[in-house]
Design a protein around this ligand. Structure first.
Ligand SMILES: Cc1ncc(COP(=O)(O)O)c(C=O)c1O
Ligand SMILES: [Zn+2]
Length: 408
């Protein structure tokens, strides 16, 4: 299992000892898990992967859990990478692929990060967990905490999709609905955590969720026979998946599994909340707080991501870009993807399909590029949004189910 050498600050580079309960570095920088990759390269090779489990734990040597008995799993990861022939043809791409993260436990990629972080809580003896969330991270934490028998406290905007609220209640979490955004939720967790004895699992405020999410990068490489695609489109809120995949590519190169080629990392946001796009276009190294954030793609409603510097760095180092699409375009694209490929995506995934159109028109992506779109969740978690698009109206009194069992 994981050969951690240190928890390294991503800002001041200070190494912190593994096996200790830590959130941020003293300088405020997020901590990143570092492994003894040269030693691992001697004992662990790509070919050994064939007998590995069909979950993200197939990459256990580069995950932080040191004792397999501490792993809390619901079968997360190793999701399908589907070629989208018909949609690709419609959009002008000959090699378009969808990584369908909607098939994870709790129907979003947030499962990966929380499986890893909750496992580490078990390993470190932490029993009270708290998270501010745009919705899906709460659902995932609630599920893994239930699986581990730990206490979960989740804070999310009052207007999250109904599925997020209901799943958290069903999993037995302590739910606080907040009249505000994820940034307001984060402030509430921060104010109460010391008094309540909670461990703060906010995005990048602890080192382990990113480790779970980085496995998306390992999987894309393995599923393509250890050759990375030309571009990856990722719907960015906090941006942890993008930062995590970038870290995974670096690790794989150090393990000797891949070469120096990297995909263009493309962050997709919405015009109602686009702090990363704004910073990228202005040539800034960090974001400014986005006022009045609103979008149907609720996971992208993050006005100021803590990992903005790391995200912008990865986008620039990869010669990628950041792009915003409208809610109308992303909902249209979600439906187009569903009808063309049988994948009912979350609006966040649909945003990436909408972005493809623009990137193709601007010549940033070429028709022959191998392009991977991350669908980060299932459309089934957003029935409130989709039911506005597909309203049901009774054609006649007979169509009403109630008519069968109640007097007309
Ligand atoms: C479905 C979905 N996609 C994308 C995101 C954004 O993820 P990240 O914060 O890692 O950028 C979220 C976050 O809540 C989400 O729920
Ligand atoms: Zn530091």
């Amino acid at each position: 299992m994981g050969a951690i050498t240190s928890l390294e600050c991503s800002v001041c580079r200070k190494p912190h000892p593994p096996g200790t309960i830590l959130n941020l570095c003293e300088c405020g920088g997020p901590l990143l898990v570092r492994y003894d990759l040269p030693s691992l390269a001697q004992s662990w090779n790509r070919a050994a992967r064939r007998d590995a489990p069909s979950t993200m734990w197939r990459y256990a040597p580069v995950l932080p859990v040191s004792d397999p008995a501490h792993i809390v799993s619901l079968g997360e990861g190793w999701t399908p990478l589907l070629q989208a022939h018909r949609l690709g043809r419609d959009l002008g791409f000959s090699s378009l692929w969808i990584k369908d993260e909607g098939l994870n436990p709790t129907a979003s990629f947030k499962a990966r990060g929380m499986a890893c972080a909750v496992s580490m809580c078990v390993e470190l003896g932490i029993s009270k967990l708290a998270v501010p969330s745009a919705g899906n991270a709460s659902g995932a934490l609630a599920a893994y905490a239930a699986r581990a028998g730990l206490e979960a406290h989740v804070f999310m905007p009052r207007d999250v999709p109904a599925a997020n609220y209901i799943e958290c209640r069903a999993f037995g979490a302590h739910v606080t609905l907040v009249d505000g955004l994820i940034s307001d939720c984060a402030r509430m967790v921060n104010e109460r955590k010391d008094k309540e004895g909670w461990f703060d699992l906010s995005t990048l405020k602890e080192p382990y969720r990113i480790e779970g999410k980085k496995t998306m990068g390992y999987e894309v490489a393995e599923q393509f026979g250890w050759e990375l695609p030309d571009a990856i489109l990722y719907p960015a809120g906090g941006g942890v998946g993008l930062i995590g995949m970038w870290k995974a590519f670096e690790e794989m190169q150090q393990l000797g599994w891949i070469g120096a080629k990297r995909p263009k990392m493309i962050a997709v946001q919405t015009t109602g909340c686009a702090p990363v796009v704004q910073a990228f276009e202005n040539g800034d190294v960090e974001t400014r707080f986005w006022q009045g954030a609103h979008t149907v793609a609720s996971g992208l409603r993050v006005p100021r991501p803590l990992g903005d510097r790391l995200m912008l760095q990865a986008i620039r180092d990869s010669s990628g870009t950041a792009i915003a699409v409208t809610d109308q375009a992303l909902m249209d694209s979600t439906v187009q993807l569903a009808a063309a490929e049988g994948v009912f995506a979350a609006p966040e995934g649909g945003a990436c399909i909408a972005a493809l159109r623009i990137l193709r028109a601007r010549g940033i992506l070429k028709p022959e590029d191998r392009v991977v779109v991350f669908n980060t969740g299932s459309g089934l978690k957003y029935l409130d949004a989709f039911s506005r698009r597909f309203p049901r109206t009774a054609a006649s009194e007979q169509d009403k189910l109630g008519g069968l069992i109640t007097p007309r």
